[in-house]
Ligand binder design. Structure first.
Ligand SMILES: Cc1ncc(COP(=O)(O)O)c(C=O)c1O
Length: 408
C-alpha cells in the first residue's frame, strides 16, 4: 500500500527502540530521558482536583487562561521577561508539538534552518515535515563550543530559522551569554527567527546560568521560546508545553496548533499552572538532586572505561567508547544491553549522517568526508534522571565491563 513520501525517511526513534530492547532483556534503562521517581505531590493533587472539579472539556485552544498567566508570571519572576498571555503564548501537547507547530507555521518548504550537531533527534523529522533544509553547525568536543566563523558561514539569504537547545541534549552544554549574543547578532543581521528549546532550563550544575535567548536585546521580537512541564516537574507523560513568541508569529503557531491537536489535556493544564507557582526551593532541590545523580554515575562510567563529557546542564552524559574497540555505537549499545543489562543511546542518533535515506538534502557545514554517523559512531549517551538506587544498580552492572575479557 502506498504511503506518503515524507514518511519514508523516518526510522523508528533509536531512543525509543533502545527502550524496547532494554525491556526485552530486563535491562536498566538509561536510554530514554524519563524519570523513574515520583512527581511533586502538590502538582499531582492539583491534577486530581481538576478532574474531580470536572475540568473535562476542551480548554481554550491556545491554552487555559490560568496556565498562560502562570507561564508569564514565571518568566517575569525568573528572567524579568514581559510576555503577553493573550497574544504571545500557545499551550501545546509538550514541547514536541510546540516545535513542529512552530516549524510548520514559520518555515516554507525549501527554507534553510540552522541546527547545531549533535542534536535532539526530533529536529530531523521536524525538518522533513516542514520541508526545511537543515544546515548543520558542529558543536566541538570536549566543551561542545562552536566555531563562530562556521556559524556565520551557515547563514544565507535562504535561512529562515535557527534552532538552539540550551541546556543541550545530548551534550549537556549550556550556551553562554557570549555565544547567544553572537547568535543574536547573526539573527538580526540576516532577519532570521530563533527557535529555542529550553526544556532543561532549571537543570543546571556547577553554577551554570541559563540565558533565555529572547531576553537578549532585540531578540524578543524574533524568538520563539519552547518549553514544557515534562522535565522541570518530572511529568513527561502529561504532555503540556508551550511556545512563546511575538504576536504575529504566535498567531500563525496557534492556527497550526489548533488543527494539529486542538489543545493539551485540560485538567493537566490546571496542574501545570500549579506547578509553575512552586517556590524557589523546588527548583534548587531539582538541580541539586540531579547534580548528585550526575556525580554518582560519572565515576562508575569512568571506572568501566568510558570517557565522559561532564554535563553542565540537562540530565545526560555523553561518553566516548573508543577504548572498547567496537566498530560502531549501535553494536556496542546492543552488546551493553545483552551482556550486562544496561541500556544507553547510540551517539550516531544525534548526528545527521547516520540517518537513513530520505533525509532532507543536508549540506553540512562540518568537515567534508566524515564517515556516516560522524563522530557519533564512537559515542554513547546515558540518561541519569533516575533514582540513586537505579544508578547504583547500573554502576554494579557497569563494573563487569572493567573485568578482563569484557573488551574486544
Ligand atoms: C531537547 C528536548 N526537547 C524536547 C523534548 C521532548 O519534550 P516534551 O516532553 O515536552 O515533548 C526532549 C525530550 O527528551 C528533549 O530532550
Amino acid at each position: 500500500m502506498k504511503t506518503a513520501r515524507r514518511t519514508h525517511g523516518f526510522t523508528e526513534s533509536v531512543i525509543r527502540a533502545m527502550t524496547r530492547v532494554a525491556a526485552q532483556h530486563d535491562a536498566i534503562n538509561l536510554a530514554q530521558g524519563f524519570p523513574d521517581f515520583a512527581a511533586n505531590s502538590q502538582v499531582k493533587e492539583a491534577a486530581i482536583a481538576a478532574v474531580r472539579r470536572d475540568v473535562n472539556q476542551y480548554a481554550i485552544t491556545w491554552g487555559a487562561k490560568k496556565l498562560r498567566d502562570a507561564i508569564c508570571a514565571r518568566y517575569r519572576f525568573a528572567y524579568g521577561m514581559e510576555i503577553d498571555p493573550e497574544r504571545e503564548v500557545t499551550v501545546t501537547c509538550g514541547s514536541t508539538e510546540a516545535m513542529i507547530a512552530t516549524m510548520l507555521a514559520l518555515v516554507d518548504p525549501g527554507d534553510e534552518v540552522i541546527v547545531f550537531e549533535p542534536f535532539y533527534e526530533n529536529y530531523g523529522p521536524d525538518a522533513i515535515l516542514s520541508g526545511a533544509v537543515p544546515r548543520f553547525v558542529t558543536l566541538r568536543e570536549p566543551d561542545w563550543s562552536f566555531d563562530p566563523d562556521e556559524l556565520e558561514a551557515a547563514f544565507t539569504p535562504k535561512t529562515r530559522a535557527i534552532i538552539i537547545n540550551t541546556p543541550n541534549n545530548p551534550t549537556g552544554k549550556v550556551f553562554s551569554r557570549d555565544e547567544l549574543t553572537h547568535v543574536a547578532r547573526l539573527c538580526q543581521k540576516w532577519g532570521v527567527i530563533a527557535v529555542t528549546d529550553e526544556i532543561y532550563e532549571y537543570i543546571l550544575y556547577d553554577g551554570a546560568e541559563h540565558v533565555p535567548l529572547a531576553s537578549l536585546d532585540g531578540m524578543a521580537e524574533r524568538t520563539v521560546t519552547i518549553n514544557s512541564i515534562s522535565k522541570t516537574y518530572s511529568v513527561t507523560g502529561w504532555r503540556v508545553g508551550w511556545a512563546l513568541g511575538p504576536a504575529e508569529l504566535t498567531s500563525a503557531i496557534r492556527k497550526v496548533h489548533d488543527f494539529l491537536t486542538v489543545g493539551a489535556a485540560a485538567p493537566l493544564q490546571e496542574a501545570a499552572a500549579e506547578a509553575l507557582g512552586l517556590p524557589d526551593s523546588y527548583y534548587e532541590t531539582l538541580a541539586r538532586d540531579y547534580q548528585n545523580r550526575r556525580d554518582a554515575l560519572i565515576p562508575s562510567l569512568r571506572a568501566a572505561g568510558f570517557r565522559c563529557f561532564v554535563p553542565r546542564g540537562a540530565y545526560y552524559i555523553m561518553t566516548d567508547i573508543s577504548t572498547f574497540g567496537f566498530p560502531d555505537d549501535v553494536a556496542f549499545a546492543r552488546n551493553l544491553i545483552e551482556a550486562i543489562g544496561v541500556a544507553a543511546v547510540p551517539g550516531s542518533s544525534f548526528y545527521q549522517r547516520s540517518r537513513g535515506e530520505g533525509r532532507p538534502p543536508a549540506r553540512s557545514s562540518g568537515e567534508p568526508g566524515r564517515s556516516p554517523g560522524g563522530e557519533g559512531r564512537q559515542k554513547l549517551r546515558f540518561a541519569f534522571c533516575k533514582k540513586i538506587e537505579t544508578l547504583d544498580a547500573a554502576a554494579q552492572r557497569l563494573l563487569r565491563l572493567s573485568k578482563p575479557g569484557a573488551r574486544r
